[in-house]
Design a protein around this ligand. Structure first.
Ligand code: C2E
Ligand code: CA
Ligand code: CA
Ligand code: CA
Length: 279
């Protein structure tokens, strides 16, 4: 996997100082990958701390390159953003995620929600609400089964447009999560200006529970603020029992991380879900 990382990094580096020919070949490589099912969704369940049950599931994108093997998003999302392909890729993910969720529901599953990561570029440039609306219609799925995960950088350039786009999404029943919370730089005022449902505390804060001075207090303050604002709060990257215990004491709603479950391929995720339901 180190080898894969190195190869795809070279691929990435090559494209960064690409001449137009190399750029064109990367573009067609991406296009080919999209058309030939080289992308795949993995699924990571989130756990409700009150019930110990599966709260929802987040889709995480993987690229199965025939030569390089499985490539993680850190290796190709920046490239897709740079090449202007991220919206296309996001659209593929939104469609695939809703297709899966609709199928699971038809099969009798009661998974509450599927969470989809959306790139910052998408919200204002890409008519996100329009995309989501037509995908929901196509799969006959209610927006209540979908949560979109956005980062703060989605709002910074144009708060006004972001707000109207988010409102359209809310009117479809879709909920909105703020991903990587605590790592941005802007004021907190947008939390009350935008229709946000969920805060996801970034894994970097969770990783430092309980050791580092001041860190636990920051996490406690984020949870308290979320509760005061009537937002759901998720802690990401929970790996250790003491982190889970700490978060449970603070009445954090939901956790996600290797301690509960790592990201799984579709079949393994469905097995996990059915096992969790009977135990
Ligand atoms: P993210 O949305 O913050 O996703 C969480 C990342 O943390 C995932 O990495 C996940 O596999 C990893 N993770 C989960 N539990 C743990 C844990 O306990 N410890 C540690 N150390 N890591 C954990 P992944 O799958 O490599 O994704 C990285 C990032 O790529 C995501 O961060 C997200 O920003 C982006 N991404 C993933 N899928 C998509 C997608 O479909 N569309 C877009 N636009 N971005 C995506
Ligand atoms: Ca996410
Ligand atoms: Ca995150
Ligand atoms: Ca992230």
């Amino acid at each position: 996997s180190k080898e894969i990382g190195r190869n795809s990094f070279q691929l990435y580096k090559a494209s960064m100082n690409a001449r137009s020919l190399e750029r064109l070949s990367m573009l067609s490589r991406f296009q080919y990958a999209l058309e030939h099912d080289e992308f795949e969704l993995f699924f990571q369940p989130l756990q409700c701390l009150a019930s110990n049950k599966v709260a929802s599931v987040e889709c995480l994108l993987r690229w199965n390159d025939p030569n390089l093997g499985m490539i993680l998003p850190a290796q190709f999302i920046p490239l897709a953003e740079e090449l202007g392909l991220i919206i296309k890729l996001d659209q593929w993910v939104i469609n695939k995620a809703c297709e899966k969720m609709a199928l699971w529901r038809r099969q009798g599953s009661d998974v509450k929600r599927i969470a989809i990561n959306v790139s910052a570029q998408h919200l204002c440039q890409g008519e996100l609400a329009q995309t989501v609306s037509s995908v929901l219609k196509k799969h006959q799925l209610s927006g209540h089964f979908v949560e979109l995960e956005l980062t703060e950088s989605s709002f910074i350039s144009n708060l006004h447009d972001a707000k109207s786009e988010l409102k359209k999404l809310k009117s479809l029943g879709v909920s909105i999560a703020l991903d990587d919370f605590g790592t941005g730089y802007s004021a907190l005022s947008y939390l009350t200006k935008l229709p946000i449902d969920t805060l996801k505390i970034d894994a970097s804060f969770v990783a430092k529970i309980p050791d580092e001075y001041g860190n636990s207090e920051i996490v406690a303050a984020i949870i308290a603020m979320a509760k005061a604002l009537n937002l759901q709060v998720v802690a990401e990257g929970v790996e250790k029992p003491e982190q889970r215990q700490f978060l449970q004491k603070l009445a954090c709603n939901t956790i996600q991380g290797y301690m509960y479950c790592k990201p799984l391929c579709c079949d393994d995720w469905l097995r996990f879900y059915h096992q969790e339901k009977v135990t």
